[in-house]
Design a binder for this molecule. Sequence first.
Ligand code: DSN
Length: 403
Amino acid sequence: MKNKEIKELIKLETKRQNEGIELIASENYASKEVRNACSSILTNKYAEGYPGRRYYGGCEFVDKIERLAIKNACELFGSKFANVQPHSGSQANAAAYHALLPNGGKILSLTLNDGGHLTHGSPVSFSSHEYNFVFYALKDGHLDYDEILKTAKEEKPDLLLAGYSAYPYAIDFKRLSEIAKEVGCLFMVDMAHIAGLVAAKEHMSPVPYADVVTSTTHKTLRGPRGGLILTNNEEFIKKINSAVFPFHQGGPLEHIIAAKAICFAEALQPSFKEYIKGVVRNTKACALEFKKLGAVASDSDNHLFLLNVLDSYGITGKEAQNKLEEIGITLNKNMIPNDTKKPNETSGLRIGFAASTTRGCIQEQARKIANIIHNYLKGTSSTEEAKKEVRSITSRWKKITSI
Ligand code: DSN
């Protein structure tokens, strides 16, 4: 009886995903091959440890799978070493911090409010309880490298952290690594959001510059929900491996690791580069269209931009998010730099095109989406009209189960 309910709910969620426009910047649609691996019999297997060094028998084939995932990750990102076991980006960050700062220490990062991540020192995350976080500020919404250097000199951190969840511009990882060198601290990058752009060489890679790079595999990288850690340093990979297992995690999810191996192989294909170029094109086109319409939006160099709905339409991010959900557009409220609203209200929305581009969104539709949102939030189109416009776009896109 319960299973029937779940089946029905999955059917409804499939319908929601097919009929709606997905603009959550951290979401995507995984391929059939990736989804098949996720639901494979590999979920039955215990494999605590690492390939060739497991605490269970019967690991011959999962060893090969995990080695392949590591090999593909290293090839894709040009890294010497990889750990593919983190269950999530947060787990990857916890393990990376522990490996780099086993006795705790001071981490210089960007706050969640300015575009950082919960695990980058938010008071409600483990990170701020186990490490002493201090923060650098943005200038007009942009990283100000001279200011970061100045703050780093004053704060003398043990680790400089870069990589963000709501930053729409390119990041100069080389410059940040020079800052870390100048003040004598370690440098870590959480590239979860832009991993797909890095893989497609459409964004500077942090791998040659950072001591450790963490990521998720399900955002722009379009793989299964999970985490990843990369490093070129042999000493660090040993510490990372024991920080992941046994320190933070138990048995690895070999079905997800198989799906990660497939996702890395997919991202090595020329078609993935074309896909990422499309994501960047669509995002820019949508952001620009909002500006043309007179709304207050950031520019974009990557897969996302920020829309200031408070100044544009006189409503909060929370209200805008709820209103757009009525017409089948899913996105999330987001703080904008120097936001005067609380995180559960916000003045802004974060809008991303990784998911819709996978379904076939083109620039013209990205511009049309800006118009649908603008007119609906301004109140110049009705719910019925806006819903119809959304459906006329999504009915032309690929069904999510055929991706
Ligand atoms: N929660 C993710 C996001 O939406 O950006 C980051 O992990």
